[in-house]
Design a protein around this ligand. Structure first.
Ligand SMILES: [Zn+2]
Length: 443
């Protein structure tokens, strides 16, 4: 038996990312798992060898924040699991975490879970879910328990959107944060101050959209929620932070909690696009919530990149026709697609510093580690073969929408190939894999 032993796949001659640096190593895979990592030249028996000269070999990326099949009534986001996961594969993302529909009581949980499980059968990449609550008024412990039992140790809540009954009460928010540590559950918070948004006296136009959900509404709410998390020793993950000022505050007041009790996520759109776009003729196409911000806030976001733990996309595209159907900002569906280009967009700005924010950090924070997020023996054989020199010309991509907010941008660095559990999904920029995406239980 031993004499016939063969590895399934070998990746040789690449620069392998481990512990924050690159090393010349060869990787061998058996049964979808990383089986051996050796110095070049050892050449153990292996069925298939792929040479990766001049390439970086990175852990498969994790996007902790995507919306697939998001149903807003009149509008449904453009991507289903098939198209979203295809876009993800081209962007090097081998695992993403989608959100269950918001629920207001425990007994709605099963239905929203089943719906997602069914949709997700079409996925090319591995996936997981976050539970989402709206104006939840039921038992907190029960929801945490049932969610965890189903492999979902994370619950998202909103401090805004009272108009659609999605805003949680502060008493319930406190309960969730209080119960989070002892149950090892992460509480994801969309932090914008609802009152400030309701009281913003601006016209319902695209040009005035940013002022209707102003930067200060995020900054103040982040302050408030962080204070509650500190008081209750909660496990808080603030999604899609848009303002560098929000992060500066967290750095000043809660430095010792960052990375332990408080985690920060931001998205590529806030690094590449600014609110001036809303004044343009096609401003509709860039409507998202929270909005794009000023150049000053964007600069601060960039300066504070080292404090940001994860990059999620908040992927939620709509078509041009849907984005331009109405003139009133309130009626336009909010959301953009970024899945396919997120890593290249961020690598272009920050280089190697960004890698952990797409791999190790989201894996650890969202309980995917050490199965995902790291290149080491025993982990899933998920890889990105990345060419750091070649340029990427961004087009509308594989998403089912008909535009990309980054169209015509050129970034340095391109995802050449993506490997999921030992099999090529994308090879030299062509989709070659099948829909093998699996639910990852994060219990
Ligand atoms: Zn979102």
């Amino acid at each position: 038996m031993k004499d016939n032993f063969m590895y399934d796949l070998g990746l040789i001659n690449g620069k392998v990312y481990q512990d924050g640096k690159f090393a010349d190593l060869d990787i061998y895979i058996k049964d979808h798992i990383i089986a051996e990592i050796v110095s070049p030249g050892k050449n153990p028996p292996c069925e298939k060898i792929v040479s990766c000269t001049n390439m970086l070999i990175l852990p498969g990326f994790i996007d902790p924040h995507v919306h697939i099949n998001l149903d807003l009534g009149e509008f449904k986001s453009a991507d289903d699991y098939e198209s979203a996961s295809k876009a993800a594969a081209f962007g090097g993302i081998t695992t993403f975490i989608d959100f269950l529909e918001p629920i207001n009581s425990v007994n709605e949980f099963e239905a929203v879970l089943k719906k997602k499980q069914k949709e997700a059968k079409e996925s090319y990449v591995d996936f997981a879910f976050h539970t989402t609550v709206g104006n939840y008024n039921d038992d907190v412990d029960k929801l945490i328990k049932i969610s965890r039992e189903n492999g979902i140790p994370s619950i998202k809540l909103f401090t805004t959107y009272s108009e659609s009954n999605r805003k949680i009460s502060y008493s319930k928010l406190r309960e969730f944060l209080e119960h989070s540590s002892k149950s090892d559950t992460l509480i994801l918070v969309h932090a914008e101050n609802d009152e400030m948004i309701l009281n913003a006296a601006v016209e319902d136009t695209v040009a005035d959209y940013e002022s209707s959900r102003p930067a200060i509404a995020e900054i103040e709410e982040v302050k408030k929620i962080a204070k509650i998390a500190e008081e209750l020793k909660g496990q808080l993950y603030i999604v899609h932070i848009t303002c560098g000022s929000s992060i500066e505050h967290l750095e000043e007041e809660y430095k010792e909690l960052l990375g332990k009790n408080i985690f920060i996520e931001s998205c590529p759109q806030y690094f590449h696009l600014t609110k001036e776009l809303y004044e343009n003729e096609n401003g509709n196409l860039y409507l998202i919530a929270p909005p794009l911000r000023s150049i000053e806030e964007q600069k601060k976001l960039k300066v504070n990149i080292s404090s940001i733990h994860t990059i999620g996309t908040d992927h939620c595209p709509f078509t041009k026709e849907e984005k331009t159907r109405y003139e009133e900002a309130s009626k336009i569906p909010k959301g953009l697609g970024s899945l396919e280009f997120s890593f290249s967009l961020m690598y272009h700005l920050f280089g190697n510093e960004i890698i952990d924010k797409f791999s190790l950090n989201p894996a650890k924070i969202h309980n995917l580690y050490p199965k995902k997020g790291i290149i080491q023996v025993g982990s899933d054989a998920d890889f990105v073969i990345f060419d750091p020199v070649k340029v990427l010309y961004i087009d509308s991509g594989n998403s089912r929408t008909d535009y990309s907010p980054y169209e015509n941008m050129v970034t340095k660095g391109i995802v050449e190939s993506t490997i999921l559990r030992g099999e090529f999904l994308v090879k030299k920029r062509k989709l070659v894999g099948e829909k093998r995406g699996k639910f990852i239980n994060r219990k």
